[in-house]
Write a protein that binds this ligand. Structure first.
Ligand code: GLN
Length: 275
């Protein structure tokens, strides 16, 4: 079995994307005179940003306990460019949207897919990376080769995710939910599930890093998804976040962060996530 590396995944993954607009060309840039809203952490200079830190390489706890990952670096860089400090707050993934709705946090960066359903309750920044769902099975498995083969199977997923939603739509599947993606993958490794539906970059990272042995990803991506930074509906901070993102795309910081975590040039992205 060919070992899937992070780089190989990216090549596969980036080549498959149909992109229309250069991300660098999307930025309006410029300052915004919009004042900050009621930042939960107090004041316009600091935004409390929720994240569920068990989703490497996007967010995870480093050995010293600090937060690390692509999303963490990206959010800090956006804050620096837009003139606000970032205070991360760890929350379970399925608690993030309720926290945004109650204004307990000012924003969230957590590998969160921009979906039509979520847009009814929260706002999203422009897309900051493309991802998509992949199906993982045990390395020895030969009978699951596409999503159609998952009918009636035991599928482990992370609660509240697009992977969970996809699994729930599969006829007769027995779906078990876990608080984090690594726990769902471990269930598969233990033989208590037949498959996991999860974000491809995270599953591939778990396999490539050797954290969860004995698994493979099958076939093609099940979906193509775009991650965005989520904010409470109508948040005055949306423009600041988008403007900070435009700045770091223009000045090369985004590309540097992308290189650090994915070892490649950033791909082109659409200005808006296709829904
Ligand atoms: N991208 C998936 C979603 O938004 C999973 C996110 C996550 O688990 N952090 O539902």
């Amino acid at each position: 079995m060919v070992r899937v590396t992070r780089f190989r995944f990216l090549r596969q993954f980036l080549v498959g994307l149909v992109c229309v607009v250069m991300i660098a060309a999307c930025g309006g840039g410029g300052d915004t005179s919009t004042p900050a809203g009621d930042a939960a952490g107090g004041g316009s200079d600091r935004l409390v940003v929720a994240t569920e830190p068990a989703f490497p390489p996007f967010e995870f706890q480093a050995e010293d306990g600090s937060l690390a990952g692509f999303d963490i670096d990206l959010m800090n860089a956006i804050g620096e460019a837009a003139g606000f400090e970032v205070e991360f707050q760890s929350l379970p993934f399925d608690g993030i949207i309720p926290a945004l709705q109650s204004n307990t946090v000012d924003a969230a960066i957590s590998g969160m897919t921009i979906t039509a359903a979520r847009l009814e309750t929260v706002d999203f920044s422009r897309p900051y990376i493309a991802a998509g769902l992949a199906i993982a099975v045990q390395e020895s498995n030969t009978d699951i080769n596409s999503i159609d083969d998952l009918e009636g199977k035991r599928i482990a997923v992370q609660i509240g995710t697009t992977g969970a939603e996809t699994a729930n739509g599969i006829a007769n599947a027995q779906v078990s939910t876990f608080d984090s993606a690594p726990l769902a993958l471990q269930e598969l490794a233990n033989g208590n599930a037949d498959a996991v539906i999860n974000d491809a970059p995270v599953t591939l990272d778990a396999i490539a890093s050797g954290n969860i042995p004995g698994l493979k990803v099958i076939g093609e991506l099940v979906t193509e998804e775009y991650y965005g930074i989520a904010l409470p509906k109508g948040s005055p901070n949306l423009e600041r976040v988008n403007s900070g993102m435009a700045t770091i795309i223009e000045n090369g910081t985004y590309a540097e962060i992308f290189q650090t975590w994915f070892g490649a040039e950033p791909p082109e992205l659409p200005e808006e996530a296709p829904l």
